[in-house]
Design a binder for this molecule. Structure first.
Ligand SMILES: [Mg+2]
Length: 227
């Protein structure tokens, strides 16, 4: 029996590369591809794959949100995140949704095949760098993060990665820090226009009218550090 796989990524060339790598393996079959989280839901419904390989950053619905919805509806589907992001925020969110694997796009082909095999058989697979970052984060939490001389319970801050991109989370934090668009642009080495775009995306996604509402809501939800 073949392992049926669906690949979800917004970059077509990348999807094709992954597909070719996977199809070296005779027991793997890529049955469908999609470029967004919303499409993933439809494709899983249609093909009922064994494994879904899922990007995180995609235009409409991100991979973390899509994974959460997928696993709610099809608990047997095994999702492997394949992302460029190795930081603990992303990993934790992804694993909380029920993903069984977390891989990085920098990994080599053999490890990708191995990961799909392990996950298809019911195991889990994290890229070593991901594991390392996760372990370090837990160590930091255990030690208690000291910032500005006072104890900050870092675990209480949950970045809204189910809603915002990582960059938008950074911008949201800087809004909470009271930075102007120009200040944010300088800190992140991006143009003011790009900052404006991020801000309007944040407002839209958080369903608020202005920056102040966004910050108030973010603080209430524990999405930003008050420093
Ligand atoms: Mg992407």
């Amino acid at each position: 029996m073949k392992t049926n796989i669906i690949i979800i990524d917004d970059h077509q060339l990348f999807r094709e590369g992954v597909k070719r790598i996977l199809e070296f393996e005779k027991s793997f079959q890529v049955v469908a591809e999609g470029d967004d989280g919303t499409e993933a839901l439809g494709l899983v419904e249609e093909y009922r794959p064994d494994v879904v390989i899922m990007d995180i950053n995609m235009p409409q619905m991100n991979g973390v949100e899509a994974t959460r919805k997928l696993i709610e509806k099809y608990p047997d589907t095994k999702v492997i995140i394949l992302s460029i992001h190795d930081d603990e925020n992303y990993v934790t969110h992804a694993l909380q949704t029920g993903a069984m694997g977390y891989l990085l796009k920098e990994m080599d082909a053999d490890a990708l095949i191995e990961a799909v095999r392990v996950v298809a058989e019911g195991g889990s697979y994290l890229h070593p760098k991901v594991t390392h970052n996760l372990v370090n984060e837990y160590r930091k939490l255990a030690a208690g993060a000291v910032r500005g001389g006072s104890y900050v319970p870092a675990a209480d801050i949950r970045r809204p990665l189910h809603l915002l991109t990582r960059r938008e989370c950074e911008v949201l934090q800087m809004l909470a820090d009271g930075k102007s668009n120009r200040g944010i642009g300088e800190a992140l080495y991006i143009s003011e226009k790009t900052v404006k775009n991020h801000v309007s995306n944040i407002l839209q996604k958080m369903n608020v009218n202005d920056r102040t509402q966004a910050v108030v809501s973010a603080i209430k939800n524990g999405w930003v550090e008050v420093r």
